[in-house]
Design a protein around this ligand. Structure first.
Ligand SMILES: Cc1cc2nc3c(=O)[nH]c(=O)nc-3n(C[C@H](O)[C@H](O)[C@H](O)COP(=O)(O)OP(=O)(O)OC[C@H]3O[C@@H](n4cnc5c(N)ncnc54)[C@H](O)[C@@H]3O)c2cc1C
Length: 432
């Protein structure tokens, strides 16, 4: 590890939108280390298809608030929902200033699309690769900053504690297995969701909720580990691996769900959990492994212009969506629970923050409204950065001894981490 210093102002685990947004909002003189367990472009943030919500204007506030609450079964934290919605125009302005390109009409105004659970169109998009557009641009900026070091294939396996506060973390190089401590004044956990723990998921396989397990190991508060969102429509395949998502905005633009007889059986624009329930019920009734999604009502022009990636992927799988329905099935997609944080992304442990899918700030309640997660990740990551920035001058890095031998049996450690997440989720299920 000679080339890598071990002492930073801020350690960030995760290079998705949450990690990047935090890094970019820290002072230019702050020394920042970002870790990612895989390649830097292998985060769920790159996979987001549908888009990112934005408050359309004052007259949209009540409706946006109500849509988010209704989708979340009214278990959402109202103050958190307010904070997210009211921050959205500024976050979008910043993304545009950072070079993010959203779809616009001939006059240059934003074009908005709609997904299930939204009572009006308020989702900005870039074709069907909005996440790649946003995350790619933020990554490019982060790479241009001399104070930000990005370490790929480097996994956070634990945090370090000093005087009851977080003092950094233990890092493992995924290729060599080498272990080393990193000391930091502040640490942000932004390691994404838990899809890698499921057999069928739209998430990258390496997203296994590591930060959650690490947090629980040290008694850091977590909540709602049983609140997992299933996406109603992923491309049905017999192959092993990540499931390809058929974005909800396809249904927002008119695609319909059909059963084995070719008949519609539900309102496609209801919130995700309800549509998922309807699909599963129909699969049980029909004794099938999937239902069908017919994109033809969307129209050829919109399909080719708005959904080119979905069109191309289905072609590769042997389906022409302009001519025929495609087989779809629900799969694990998003995690509403997580490490409990407040309005500024503080966890219950001093100097430790969490943002993005790994955190639970209460915005989503029991079920996320489509296209609220990129926004939520960006809002809380920025607040974490501003909070850290205000305190950086007051705190110093503490170097504490780290016993690295406890991480040497990597397989066993990971099994224990996964087990602790499952057990907590089951316990909360029993309490529900
Ligand atoms: C297919 C798909 C489509 C989606 N579409 C949308 C959409 O249209 N709109 C929307 O708002 N949301 C969408 N989402 C959800 C959204 O993409 C995610 O919630 C959001 O991007 C999460 O960002 P994040 O930064 O928290 O995590 P991620 O982007 O997942 O990044 C996690 C990072 O943590 C790293 N990591 C994990 N474990 C460790 C560890 N132990 N040590 C170091 N690094 C680690 C990973 O390598 C990665 O860099 C979609 C998700 C998927 C899967």
């Amino acid at each position: 590890m000679a080339e890598l210093q071990q002492n930073y102002d801020v350690l960030i685990a995760g290079t998705g939108v949450a990690g990047l947004m935090c890094a970019l909002n820290l002072p230019r003189e702050a020394r920042i280390l970002m870790l990612t367990k895989a390649a830097v472009d292998e985060s769920d943030s790159f996979l987001a298809q549908g888009g990112i919500c934005m408050l359309r204007g004052e007259d949209d506030y009540q409706s946006y608030f109500e849509d988010t609450m209704r989708a979340g079964h009214y278990e959402n934290d109202e103050a958190a929902v307010r904070q997210m919605i009211l921050s959205s125009p500024q976050i979008i302005r910043e993304l545009v200033a950072d070079g993010v390109d959203f779809a616009r009409d001939e006059e240059g105004n934003f074009r908005f699309t709609r997904e299930g659970g939204h009572s009006r169109s308020r989702i900005l998009f870039h074709d069907d690769v909005t996440g790649k557009e946003i995350t790619g641009k933020l990554l490019r900026l982060a790479r241009s900053r001399s104070n930000v070091k990005i370490l790929e294939y480097a996994e956070l396996v634990d945090i370090l504690l000093s005087d009851g506060e977080c003092a950094g973390g233990v890092v493992r190089r995924t290729e060599s297995g080498e272990l080393f401590p990193v000391y930091a004044a502040f640490t942000l956990l932004a390691t994404g969701g838990v899809g890698g723990l499921y057999e069928h998921s739209t998430n990258f396989r390496h997203l296994t909720g590591d930060a959650l397990a690490i947090a629980m190991k040290h008694g850091v508060a977590v909540e709602h580990l049983n609140y997992v969102q299933i996406h109603p429509t992923t491309f049905y395949s017999e192959k092993h691996g990540r499931r390809f998502l058929i974005s909800e905005s396809v249904r927002g633009e008119g695609a319909v769900l059909l059963d084995k007889e070719g008949k519609r059986f539900c309102n496609e624009l209801l919130p995700r959990d309800i549509v998922t329930g309807e699909i599963r019920a129909r699969m049980r009734k029909d004794g099938t492994k999937h239902v069908w999604l017919d994109m033809r009502p969307v129209g050829e022009k919109t399909i080719l212009e708005h959904f080119p990636t979905i069109y191309a992927r289905c072609q590769r799988e042997g389906y022409d969506v302009l001519k025929q329905p495609i087989p779809v099935v629900p799969a694990q997609h998003y995690f509403m629970g997580g490490i409990k944080v407040d309005a500024d992304a503080h966890t219950s442990l001093g100097r430790l923050y969490a943002a993005g899918e790994t955190a639970c700030n209460g915005v989503h309640g029991k079920n996320r409204l489509a296209s609220n997660s990129l926004l939520e990740s960006l809002v809380w990551a920025k607040r974490a950065a501003l909070d850290m920035s205000a305190k950086l001058k007051e705190v110093s890095v503490k170097e504490v001894p780290a016993d690295l031998s406890q991480y040497e049996d990597y397989g066993r450690m990971k099994e224990n981490y996964a087990k602790s997440i499952r057990e907590e989720a089951e316990r909360e299920d029993c309490l529900d």
